[in-house]
Design a protein around this ligand. Structure first.
Ligand code: GTP
Ligand code: MG
Length: 170
């Protein structure tokens, strides 16, 4: 049986940890000093959920400003969009909300499933974004919210699984 394919994309400001989240998810690795993504990177992973096989086609976009239109085009047709911010940077939370506005304006279909990941959860002592504020935003766009840590491998597997289940409506 051919697996169901689903296109997923991660967007958010530079350095929030999008590539690190995927490195953890795909190969269970973490680099303390990762390199910025240039353009876009692509990963796949197959998941067995109940009796279904789901093939994830995951696009890791570049957060740097000059790649914005490219990142936007990779978000087009994505069934699942993960908005990522860094819990130690209020600026990255604002940037994430801008990303949502941009995508919402012209690229996203009403059935798109959104997730919000607050990454670098291991740096809890430097948290700058009030959780109530994130939760309010996530609720307003019907997104699942999770804190994640690529460094300590927390929340990623669960967060992605939850989004896939929402996609499969199970
Ligand atoms: P762009 O590709 O430029 O958009 O950045 P990015 O969002 O892909 O960020 P990247 O994964 O390259 O991570 C940026 C920096 O944050 C790197 O030095 C990572 O080691 C660090 N980092 C990523 N995730 C975590 C985390 O969960 N905790 C901590 N402490 N550091 C992290
Ligand atoms: Mg990157």
């Amino acid at each position: 049986m051919e697996p169901d394919q689903v296109k997923m994309v991660l967007v958010g400001e530079a350095k929030v940890g999008k590539s690190s989240i995927l490195a953890r998810y795909i190969s269970n690795t973490f680099q303390e000093f990762g390199t910025p993504t240039l353009g876009c990177a692509y990963h796949t992973r197959q998941l067995n959920i109940n009796d279904k096989i789901l093939k994830l086609n995951i696009w890791d976009t570049a957060g740097q400003e000059r790649y914005q239109s490219l990142s936007k085009s990779y978000s087009r047709d994505s069934k699942i969009i993960i908005l990522v911010y860094d819990i130690t940077s209020y600026e990255s939370f604002k940037s994430m909300k801008r990303w949502y506005e941009i995508l919402q304006r012209d690229t996203v279909s009403p059935t798109t499933i959104f997730g919000v990941f607050g990454n670098k959860a291991d740096l809890i002592h430097n948290e700058e974004v009030p959780i109530t504020e994130v939760q309010k935003f996530a609720n307003s766009i019907n997104a699942s919210f999770r804190k994640t840590s690529a460094k300590e491998n927390a929340g990623i597997e669960e967060g992605l699984l939850e989004l896939c289940k929402r996609y499969l409506k199970i």
